[in-house]
Design a binder for this molecule. Structure first.
Ligand code: TPP
Ligand code: DXP
Ligand code: MG
Length: 623
């Protein structure tokens, strides 16, 4: 029987006899596996919370009761049972369903997400608003153990315990972030924690007591008798109870009956309550269970075997070139250390971590800490490279400014996923970094146009004695031959790649290749444009830019960043400072709006920043 077809809303789900729930869960599991096999997406996390999601929607009265998902990468079951099954085939595609909860998409989506550790703060805000307005609904935040490593989550816990609001926190503990979870809290939660901690405590106590003169051995036998009560005393719940939460659990997150009954009971409680739920990431799909990190965020794969499709003849990704080059550089320079905020695989640092474990740090989902920690390392002579997605560095703006740049410390920000990232959409596009970093004094910001330039950029950063940022895009590189030698670039020097008398395109990063193609196409129509690779967003090559602008009288800028405060703005500021008023300018880049999801190519096309779009804009401008 097709049960999922009968579920149009959680009200239908609540009518379903509980005996049918396991079959529904299996149907959902298969449907998710098959859809993600075509569209790509966050498989492992979703497979782990199917039962939990069904239990939540049965126990609580959604949409009146509020479920606030953390990160939101695990909300596929939630989407399927809240009226979005028919559209589910469009998941993560252009104009389709988002991969994350979105308030615009459904009344069941309470908070827009994509970045981690926001759920407690957002849900607590909702609980306070409820109390201020006489509401009676329940507010439930669902956070993973990985997302709980974020400082923001603890800021929320701290206030929640203090306010004592009626507030339910579900801790979905699968012992995994994207990679195995890290940190002291994570080991405290660990299923082995109770016994490990207990054994250590016991050993130390025994040691201490046997060495006490006289009555030590009597005390030892007394302590042995206290073992059982001690075992019960040391639980992960102690942490949350210290924060003022009632702790319930741990409970089996795949046992539908136990889940539903517990949640129904919890619903009757008042005050902050934490329910500790144990789940398995990738549950029910062998390939994902055995390798949850690969299937955390995955491209298309075979829905039966789990073999991930690989594009034949694909060039290496920018990420892998970065990772390999960093290993080579670390062999030469012992000061180099690498830091990731829970993105070991995503930032290409796996080989580095294996090769130099003592110079590698995964700090958890803690971007702010990653940056200030790097500042500390740099203060003592190390050369830290913070490998981070552009979108996640947004979290650490003040740490970059106050802890690194103000002290002119040699910390490098290697920003992966610069520019449009594709299917993750607006929460993840790295299209703001030019604007949020460019104005910070002391920072050098270099933007490679291809993978050879990336390696040169990395060498330049390492030899520079101050803060340095560079960004490179998600996905395949240009497939260029590897350079035999990597030499640092002179700081602030651009590169003229093409000559032309009618105007000049100043392009940066990914836009350099597009600008060259656009100039080529326009040359065929009789419009001769020069192309300059700016190479540096900061400092700009002022001399080259001024010379080219004055020579041609018309300047086009091109960037994969919002125009506001970006590269084009930097060029306009230069012209204003130098009183260049005879030059006409056209700035091409992304608009002052959040760009939706789609493939990178579709989005570049839609926003006119691919070669064809750029040529069209320039053609009209000259007409
Ligand atoms: C601020 C921020 N940093 C990093 C990420 C990337 N990220 C997405 S999910 C995830 C792991 C989350 O682990 P957990 O909360 O335990 O959920 P699970 O995937 O185990 O279900 C990470 C690191 C993010 N989305 N936001
Ligand atoms: C939800 C999240 O933040 C990550 O899982 C992210 O989707 C990974 O993106 P990449 O696929 O580009 O590594
Ligand atoms: Mg987890």
């Amino acid at each position: 029987m097709n049960l999922l077809e009968q579920i149009h809303s959680p009200a239908d789900l609540r009518k379903l006899p509980k005996e049918q729930l396991p079959a529904l869960a299996e149907e959902i599991r298969r449907f998710v596996i098959e859809t993600v096999a075509k569209n790509g997406g966050h498989l492992s996390s979703n497979l782990g919370v199917i039962e939990l999601t069904l239990a939540l929607h049965r126990a609580f009265d959604t949409p009146s009761d509020r479920i606030v998902w953390d990160v939101g990468h695990q909300a596929y079951t939630h989407k399927l049972i809240t009226g979005r099954k028919a559209k589910f085939c469009s998941l993560r595609q252009v104009d389709g369903l988002s991969g994350f909860p979105k308030r615009d998409e459904s009344e069941y989506d309470c908070f827009d997400v994509g970045h981690a550790s926001t759920s407690i703060s957002a849900a607590l805000g909702m609980a306070c608003a409820r109390d201020a307005t006489g509401g009676r609904e329940k507010v439930v935040a669902v956070i993973g153990d990985g997302s709980l490593t974020g400082g923001l989550a603890f800021e929320g816990l701290n206030q929640a315990g203090h306010l004592k609001k009626d507030f339910i926190l579900i801790l979905n503990d699968n012992e995994m972030s994207i990679s195995p979870n890290v940190g002291a809290v994570s080991s405290f939660l660990s299923r082995k924690m109770t016994s490990d901690l207990f054994i250590k405590f016991k050993k130390e106590t025994e040691n201490f007591l046997t060495h006490l003169p006289g009555f030590g051995r009597d005390l030892l036998s007394l302590a042995k008798r206290a073992e059982d009560s001690l075992k019960g005393f040391l639980t992960p719940g102690m942490l949350f109870e210290a924060f003022g939460f009632d702790y319930i659990g741990p409970i089996d997150g795949h046992n539908l009956e136990e889940l539903e009954e517990t949640l129904r009971n919890v619903k009757r409680l008042n005050g902050p309550v934490l329910v500790h739920v144990l789940t398995r990431k990738g549950k029910g799909f062998a390939a994902a269970e055995s390798d949850p990190a690969t299937f955390h965020g995955v491209g298309p794969y075979d829905a039966q075997t789990g073999v991930v499709h690989k594009k034949a003849g694909a060039a290496p990704s920018y990420t892998s070139i970065f990772g390999e080059t960093l290993v080579k550089m670390a062999q030469e320079d012992k000061r180099l250390v690498a830091i990731t905020a829970a993105m070991l695989e995503g930032t290409g640092l796996k080989a580095f971590a294996e090769r130099f474990p003592e110079r590698f740090f995964d700090v958890g989902i803690a971007e702010q800490h990653a940056v200030t920690f790097a500042a500390g390392l740099a203060c003592r002579g190390m050369r830290p490279v913070v490998a981070i997605y552009s979108t996640f560095l947004q979290r650490a703006y003040d740490n970059v400014l106050h802890d690194v740049c103000l002290q002119n410390l040699p910390v490098t920000f290697a920003m992966d996923r610069g520019g449009l990232v594709g299917a993750d959409g607006p929460t993840h596009h790295g299209v703001f970094d030019y604007s949020y970093l460019r104005h910070i004094p002391n920072l050098v910001f270099m933007v490679p146009r291809d993978e050879v330039a990336l390696q040169r950029t990395m060498a330049t950063a390492l030899q520079h004695d101050g803060p340095f940022a560079y960004r490179y895009p998600r996905g395949e590189s240009e497939g260029l031959p590897q350079p035999t030698e990597i030499t640092p670039a002179p700081i602030g020097r651009g590169e003229k790649l093409r000559d032309g008398k009618d105007g000049v395109i100043f392009a940066i990063g990914t836009m350099v290749g597009e600008a060259l193609k656009a100039a080529e196409a326009l040359a065929g129509e009789g419009l001769e444009l020069a192309v300059v690779d700016a190479v540096f967003l900061k400092p700009l090559d002022r001399d080259l830019m001024l010379e080219e602008a004055r020579r041609t009288g018309r300047v086009i800028t091109a960037e994969e960043n919002v125009l506001q405060g970006g590269f084009g703005s930097a060029v306009l500021e230069l012209f204003e400072q130098e009183q260049v008023d005879s030059v006409r300018t056209l700035c091409i880049g992304l608009p002052d709006e959040f760009v939706e999801q789609g493939t990178q190519q579709q989005l570049r096309q839609r926003h006119g920043i691919d070669a064809a779009g750029m040529a069209e804009r320039i053609r009209k401008w000259y007409a």
